[in-house]
Ligand binder design. Sequence first.
Ligand code: DLL
Length: 436
Amino acid sequence: MQSNQIWDIQHECMSREELEQLQLERLQATLNRVYKNVPCYRTKFNERGIVPEDVSSLSDLSKLPFTTKEDLRLNYPYGMFAVPLREVVRIHSSSGTTGKPTVVGYTKNDLKMWSNLVARFMTAAGVTHDDVVQIAFGYGMFTGAFGLHYGSETIGAAVIPMSGGNSDKQIMIMQDYRSTALVCTPSYAITLADLIEKQGIDPLTLSLKVGLFGGEPWSEAMRSEIEARLNISATDNYGLSEVIGPGVAGECSIKEGMHIAEDAFIAEIIDPETCEVLPPGSVGELVLTTISKEAFPMIRYRTRDITTLDYASCKCGRTFARMKKTMGRTDDMLIIKGVNVFPSQIEEVLVAIEGCEPHYQLVVDRKGALDVLEVCIEVRENIFFDEMKKQRAFLDMVGKRIDSVLGVGVTVKLVEPNSIPRHEGKAQRVIDKRVA
Ligand code: DLL
């Protein structure tokens, strides 16, 4: 291991017993702090008749109330901060699309801790101080770019703070500056791969080795496509601004789930309907508690992301539990004719079909009392301009494959190549006309 790489064996490879002891100590300190400094937590704890001293084991966590986006909204902008504003050195916000964004803050120590967490997962993905990291996440209120920027600097890699968009220039820089690591959303990686292909550039002539992607859900099929088209190893990284941003969980080079930084966060899986904590291995909503943040601690934050945790040891030697790729969010789960549908299930089918581009959009509407789901897909030009009979057969085949996975009929529509809007950041996959 090279000197600047951040493989924190003392924490990342801890035995579960030691880890749980550390988590409990850090949890208790966090609870004391929020009870004292954040009126929202004090009121909620009081309503349940709980004081921080009642938490004497990790299982007592389940006695504590959840925190939701609604709490953050009610305390907008600074009501959930646990330190005075003069100790805050950075403010970011969530990428929420409705209402006011959530405001989050970091102290100097928080920024240091955050940089370290990101440096750890970047190291796990194979980034070293020899790398040239092209950051194509948008700089600004979004946490993605700054998080990976600090992580790269901590490792000692050279950062190119390109920001999102300006795709032609991204490719020019990638070629001229010999970028070895690409950081962006997976959908933007596809957009760049399309452009590289269009410009007739052979990916083997680029210097890219690894891609660190995240910020939105993506399927294994999409990973394979990105790896093949950019000739890189692609890892998945998960996080959310309310909890810290990127740095919550990231894949190691084994790529069998994202290691959660359990020395900084306690993860639980709950049933989103009953809010009961589910046993290890269950699929449900991820709930996160921060245990080492100063400015903006979160107690039992309901992420709305659906996943499952694996506590088995990983071949890389890290002992932190691994979360599977998220299946979707409780709030973007579509209910079509009573069946629960996640966009990721449809993506998995589409990307595996020869001729389908990984650009798609789901349009949900209501006809009378019935929900209808239209899957708009871009296809290669040869299919789009094919004769009607062949096109119909293709549509039938795609429809049947989706039907067999979802158990619900959908309408498949071909749209012109390049007609689905490309996003520089997170892709917008669903248009729900029922809520318009
Ligand atoms: O997206 C933080 C981040 C930036 C993570 C860059 C990784 C890389 P927010 O904008 O607050 O923060 O959005 C958080 O995005 O609750 C998930 O629904 C989704 N999300 C983030 N990463 C992943 C991922 C950042 N790897 C919300 N897979 C989260 C699936 C993801 N969904």
